[in-house]
Design a binder for this molecule. Structure first.
Ligand SMILES: Nc1ncnc2c1ncn2[C@@H]1O[C@H](COP(=O)(O)OP(=O)(O)OP(=O)(O)O)[C@@H](O)[C@H]1O
Ligand SMILES: [Mg+2]
Ligand SMILES: [Zn+2]
Length: 401
């Protein structure tokens, strides 16, 4: 049997398997249960987040022998044919290559006939924004009042290119980018079922790189598994993705907070040998510092981190001072540009990190104020507030900005 890429092999077969589009799934499920199914749907959203998948599941839900039901059986002939794309009553049309008036006229003619076998005749038109203006106009009348047995499901990544006349005749559902943590859950389930073992950290790296698109995440997973085998180390995954290992980022942030130059320089050396992209490193460090600052300010780790990372982030955030974190973020953030332009990115990165160690304050303004007050009290003859001053954090480095 030929190899089926993960994205196709793991296309959700039930609404319950769709990750991160619960708002859409719930609305569709309710509509089906109440028998209030619209005659035209528009599924909008970024690439690879489940539009086509949801369109097929909706077609199944409507045409399943046991339906209409939000939980199609998956085994009857219509259900199986819809997955295979061979159902006589469900047409999947690519809007990009069938975008002429003539194409729409054909649809218009066929719409008038009853379904050959199933309950509904369903037209799924992908990339619907590619239809020509004339084609849209030809579609309007049918879309306004289609015969009761006909349903349209349009999918597009660019809804703003659709005429208002079309938009107003469809029930619109907005698909979202999938959050990194939800994506990791799904990736975990898939890697386990595939007999592979990848750490949550490494999966998070994939999820983050995919920027909310599940198809991209699964393609990357495919690539990682074929490049590194079934039990890749975190470093191997990072390398295969051309990304920076999460452990490296976490450890470097620890060293920044604790003002330890040596481990920082060692990591840079190591990443240099591995051929890492230092602009990327600077971006990752800035993002991680942002997470630390959020954790320090809210007492909670940001949602898009893996569980294993959340603990480390919270602990490190408590160790640091908000002012120090904010300053570190500023410095690293501004180094991104320097590093990306530098003739020797490694040197630029090293100097930027050393500057961070020397320039970020270790104490917040409020603590300084408390110390000043204590000092003033002491000078003025007071005795009671000295304890507060001594209980403060270590003195800031003498090299301050
Ligand atoms: N929400 C999701 N939950 C689980 N898997 C998903 C989800 N979205 C996408 N996938 C995976 O990605 C693959 C592609 O998804 P799909 O074809 O539905 O994306 P799409 O939104 O139609 O993208 P495009 O805009 O490129 O057409 C699916 O086969 C499935 O493996
Ligand atoms: Mg699609
Ligand atoms: Zn069925």
């Amino acid at each position: 049997m030929s190899y089926l890429v993960l994205a196709r092999k793991w296309r959700p077969q039930a609404f319950a398997d769709m990750t991160g589009q619960e708002h859409v799934v719930k609305t569709l499920g309710n509509a089906i249960a109440q028998g209030r199914v619209a005659h035209a749907f528009l599924f909008c959203g970024p690439r690879g987040v489940g539009k086509t998948t949801a369109a097929r599941l909706l077609a199944r839900a409507l045409n399943c022998v046991k339906g209409p039901t939000a939980e199609p059986c998956g085994t009857c002939t219509p259900c199986q044919e819809i997955v295979a794309g061979s159902s006589v009553d469900v047409a999947e049309i690519d809007g990009a290559s069938n975008n002429s008036v003539e194409d729409v006229r054909q649809i218009r003619e066929r719409v008038t006939y009853l379904p050959q076998r199933d309950r509904h005749k369903i037209y799924i038109i992908d990339e619907v924004h590619m239809l020509s203006t004339a084609a849209f106009n030809a579609l309007l009348k049918t879309l306004e009042e289609p015969p009761p047995h006909v349903k349209f499901i349009f999918a597009t990544t660019e809804p703003h290119k659709l005429p208002d006349t079309i938009l107003s005749r469809c029930q619109r559902h907005n698909f979202r980018r999938i959050s990194a943590s939800r994506m990791v859950e799904r990736l975990k389930q898939i890697t386990e079922a595939e007999g592979a073992k990848i750490s949550e950290r490494a999966l998070l790296l994939i999820a983050r790189q995919a920027e909310g698109g599940m198809r991209d995440a699964l393609s990357m997973l495919d690539m990682v598994l074929s490049a590194c085998g079934n039990t890749p180390s975190d470093e191997a995954v990072a390398e295969a993705l051309g990304a920076i290992d999460r452990t490296a980022v976490q450890e470097m942030c620890e060293a920044l907070v604790r003002r330890q130059a040596l481990p920082l320089l060692k990591r840079v050396e190591d990443l240099h040998v591995r051929g890492a992209d230092f602009k990327r490193l600077a971006e990752e460090l800035a993002l991680h510092l942002r997470h630390l600052l959020v954790a320090r300010s809210t007492g909670e780790a940001p949602e898009d981190l893996a569980d294993s990372e959340k603990k480390a982030v919270l602990a490190l955030a408590q160790e640091a001072d908000p002012a120090q974190l904010a300053r570190l973020f500023d410095l690293v953030q501004s180094s991104i540009w320097d590093v990306s332009r530098a003739a020797q990115p490694r040197l630029a990165m090293e100097v930027a990190l050393l500057k961070c160690i020397h320039l970020a304050p270790g104490t917040s303004v409020s603590e300084l104020a408390a110390r000043l007050e204590a000092l003033a009290a002491r000078l003025g003859g007071g005795t009671s507030t000295t304890a507060a001053a001594e209980g403060g954090r270590p003195r800031p480095s003498s090299f301050r900005s």
